[in-house]
Design a protein around this ligand. Structure first.
Ligand code: ADP
Length: 195
């Protein structure tokens, strides 16, 4: 199995690109944000815990998202690999993922980072608020909290994966097709996934 991580600030277009990449390269797309929103809409215990945290732009506990990822990895879908979107988001999550994969003699193959400026994050999320109606997109202070949390807790992963020689950064300001082209061309690993 191949393991690809899609990394970047909120609103960078990770979900959009992950869906396209999953289709093109026969990967299972796993979005922790989507999984958590499903739990919320089903009203499960996890959903109830996650709702207030997400609505206020805070992370849910590492243990919760790690458990969801573990279940996905163990579900053995008939694909060439996984593309994780929005996971890991903290150094602790990245360390647990490395350990989890190492137990099966596997590893993260590549990290693709889609970077946009804070200003573009703001503009895109304000726009998305009108389309998707997510509560965590609706207020400026919550958007700012998510941007601040990204810089404080998620950005350290750039150094983490650079050290492992797995980090690839792409500018996410452009059309969906342009960004998709850049990611697919930049990724020799993806080519082997279809071979
Ligand atoms: P965005 O594209 O805005 O980053 P996501 O759908 O990826 O949105 O995530 C929405 C929210 O779900 C996050 O703000 C966070 O509260 C929660 N979440 C998603 N993934 C994780 C994770 N790996 N760790 C902790 N919280 C997470």
């Amino acid at each position: 199995m191949k393991y690809y991580l899609l990394f970047g600030p909120p609103g960078a277009g990770k979900g959009t690109q992950a869906k396209l990449l999953a289709q093109e390269f026969n990967l299972s797309h796993v979005s922790t944000g989507d999984l958590l929103r499903q739990e919320i809409s089903k009203g499960t215990e996890i959903g109830q815990l996650a709702k207030r945290l997400i609505d206020n732009g805070n992370f849910v506990p590492d243990s919760v998202v790690v458990e969801m990822i573990k279940q996905k990895i163990n579900s053995h879908p008939h694909v060439d690999g996984f593309i994780f979107d929005g996971f890991p988001r903290t150094t602790a999550q990245a360390e647990i993922l490395d350990k989890m994969l190492a137990e099966n003699n596997e590893q993260v193959d590549k990290v693709i980072s889609i970077i946009i400026s804070d200003k573009v994050v703001f503009d895109r999320i304000q726009h998305r608020a009108q389309i998707e109606g997510r509560k965590d997109d609706a207020a400026d202070d919550i958007i700012q909290n998510r941007i601040d949390t990204y810089h404080a807790k998620t950005e350290p992963l750039i150094a983490y994966y650079t050290k492992q020689n797995k980090y690839n950064e792409i500018c996410g300001e452009g059309s969906i097709e342009e960004i998709f082209g850049k990611i697919s061309n930049n990724s020799a690993h993806f080519a082997t996934a279809t071979a």
